[in-house]
Design a binder for this molecule. Structure first.
Ligand code: SAM
Length: 271
């Protein structure tokens, strides 16, 4: 095997192609996902099928979203091609709202070993489709996983921690050393499962997502500033106190629940 070629494919750096190569790790991930043949899977970035093919061994059908034409060609030739609905697309431009609305009564399981360059943006985009999702099972670089799991007061805690933790219970499945990928990336990874909290209907999810995204974006613009300075345009000191937030606390000290109270007040005040 040429040092640059993996399964007759030259990994494309700009598509973040670091393929999972360790079967023990792949089995561990899949075991933790408790696959059933009736599951409705959407895989983001199937690549050369490391997760896709074992999933195809269990499920009846899987939709895969892939940006690389050569990989789509490879998948079309595989023995699992009848089980896969293969969509050649840039997932960042994919219309999830339209896709989910085609079958309103289906709950989807999402899976993917996500390319680092798009993982945070993609996750923020997907968070709001909570009501169509049974669970999401994604591989992240360790640094992103730490931000997703971060607790208030830590330096990793920020907008993405709050948005993800408000809408989903996040369960770490396993740590994966960088040597388990080809080519090997610079950083280790963590596989996480996201299970939606069913607290709102889709209309409310959109409202709370909008409010939380706006408030946390503004609050964390200057994370070391006191809150009464950086979100003073949105909330009075009385409102902060009403939400049990000291006006001289900082964005990183406020809990997810307190951000929820702020969002609730924001929606009451402005909508
Ligand atoms: N799932 C495979 C595995 O675990 O070996 C491949 C994972 S590799 C890290 C990321 C995959 O996502 C590649 O197949 C890549 O071509 C695809 N990809 C990258 N950017 C994408 C995008 N914007 N939309 C859809 N697929 C993308």
């Amino acid at each position: 095997m040429n040092g640059l070629i993996y399964k007759k494919h030259i990994p494309v750096k700009r598509f973040g192609q670091n393929f999972l190569k360790n079967k023990i790790i792949i089995n561990k991930i899949l075991q933790q996902m408790y696959l059933k043949n009736i599951d409705n899977f959407i895989e983001i970035g199937p690549g050369l099928g490391a997760l896709t093919f074992p999933i195809c061994n269990v499920v009846n059908k899987i939709t895969v979203l892939e940006i690389d034409e050569n990989i789509v060609f490879f998948l079309l030739q595989s023995k699992y091609n009848k089980k896969m609905q293969i969509i050649l697309t840039d997932v960042m431009k994919f219309d999830f709202q339209y896709f989910f609305s085609l079958h309103e009564n289906i709950l989807y399981r999402l899976v993917g070993n996500l390319p680092y360059s798009i993982s945070t943006c993609l996750l923020i985009n997907l968070i709001q489709y909570n009501s169509y999702i049974l669970d999401m099972n994604f591989m992240f670089q360790k640094e992103v996983a730490c931000r997703l799991l971060a607790i208030p007061g830590s330096k990793e805690y920020g907008k993405i921690s709050i948005l993800a933790q408000y809408f989903y219970k996040i369960i770490p499945i396993c740590d994966i050393d960088k040597c388990n990928f080809f080519p090997s990336p610079k950083i280790d990874s963590v596989f996480l499962r996201f299970i939606p909290y069913r607290i709102h209907n889709q209309k409310q999810i959109n409202r709370y997502f909008f409010a939380l995204e706006l408030i946390t974006r503004i609050a964390f613009q200057h994370r070391r500033k006191f809150l009464n300075k950086n979100i003073s345009k949105l909330f009075s000191q009385q409102t902060l106190l009403k939400c049990d937030i000291h006006p001289f606390s900082r964005a990183e000290d406020v809990s997810v629940y307190q951000y929820y109270l702020l969002a609730k007040n924001f929606l009451k005040l402005y909508f």
